[in-house]
Design a protein around this ligand. Structure first.
Ligand code: BV8
Ligand code: ZN
Length: 246
């Protein structure tokens, strides 16, 4: 019943906003933050993804990011990423907001993607602010430096850092304009992204959650589908115009 009802909501939606988290990339072999395998050398992400950790030991933080780049470089988008790219192609209005920094949505063909926490594949100079794309699995030297002499940092948003104003603004606009919101593979603990679904619910827009486990959102979501996103997302979009199977 719930999958059929969720499928009907997707088929009938004109403007869709989607929020994804680490769970959508789990089946591509990229460890989640808070699940098994999310730890690195017994550090928790909250201890490393902070400006304080970087200031204290830039090499350690860069080694964590180099390890993650290595994992992501070997990863491919999974059917969950691909289903969202297909859904975008057939929706009148569509905005994907991801907390992930792995770049797998763009690799899967998604176009309207807001990387609200930045990207593993960009560096930013702490001195001159220059942002560069850097596809190397790991910087030659750790920690890398800018030609201007200053340290380069990963171009991601760490805990305690504000999200880029424009990206946050565009995300809120998309949530305010949607007539359906999907929330996929996020534990819903990190703010401000975790509040987007409530903003949609307050407006009366239905929210469909896809997650392996229950989350703080599960009890409030219009529909909460329990299962793997790589299996559920293709099912969820299959009822649409080009979906064929009823
Ligand atoms: C800000 C980028 C304000 C870097 C990340 C109390 C104390 C201290 C701070 C706070 C506090 N309360 C609120 C805060 C603020 C803080 C916060 O929310 N902390 C939390 C931990 C309480 N937020 C911030 O600091 C944000 N900034 O608020 O700034 C400000 C304003 C003005 C001026 C100055 C400051 C910044 C937050 C961004 C932090 N950066 N990452 C990097 O990636 O290295 S957050 C990090 O967590 C990742 O981005 C990740 O995406 C994100 C959320 O995690 P999830 O994606 O949800 O992943 P998780 O592992 O948790 O869950 C995976 C889910 O998938 C699970 O539910 C699992 O069941 C499911 N799953 C697994 N497999 C599958 C699956 N589902 C489906 N299918 C599967 N196969
Ligand atoms: Zn510089």
């Amino acid at each position: 019943m719930t999958l059929a009802a969720a499928r009907a909501l997707v088929a009938g939606a004109r403007s869709i906003a989607v929020l994804t988290g680490a769970g959508i990339s789990a089946e591509s072999g990229v460890p989640t933050f808070r699940g098994p395998g999310g730890l690195w050398r017994n550090y928790r992400p909250e201890e490393l993804a902070t400006p304080e950790a970087f200031a204290a030991d830039p090499s350690l933080v860069w080694e964590w990011y180099a390890w993650r780049r290595g994992l992501v470089a070997a990863a491919r988008p999974n059917p969950g990423h691909e289903a969202l790219a297909a859904l975008e192609r057939r929706s009148a209005a569509f905005q994907l907001i991801t907390q992930n920094v792995d770049g797998l949505h763009v690799l899967a063909g998604s176009r309207a993607v807001i990387e609200i926490h930045g990207s593993l594949w960009r560096t930013r100079c702490v001195g001159c602010g220059e942002v560069r794309t850097d596809r190397t699995p790991a910087p030659e030297r750790i920690p890398p430096h800018c030609p201007c002499g200053s340290l380069l940092r990963p171009d991601v948003v760490w805990f305690g850092e504000p999200l880029p104003e424009d990206l946050l603004g565009r995300s809120i606009d998309a949530v305010d304009a949607c007539d359906l919101m999907l929330v996929v593979g996020t534990s819903g603990v990190v703010q401000p992204a975790a509040s987007f679904a409530d903003a949609a619910l307050r407006r009366g827009a239905p929210v469909v959650e896809v997650n392996l486990d229950p989350t703080p959102l599960s009890g409030r979501a219009t529909i909460s589908l329990r299962g793997r996103s790589a299996a559920l997302l293709p099912e969820l979009i299959s009822g649409g115009p080009e979906g064929g199977k009823s």
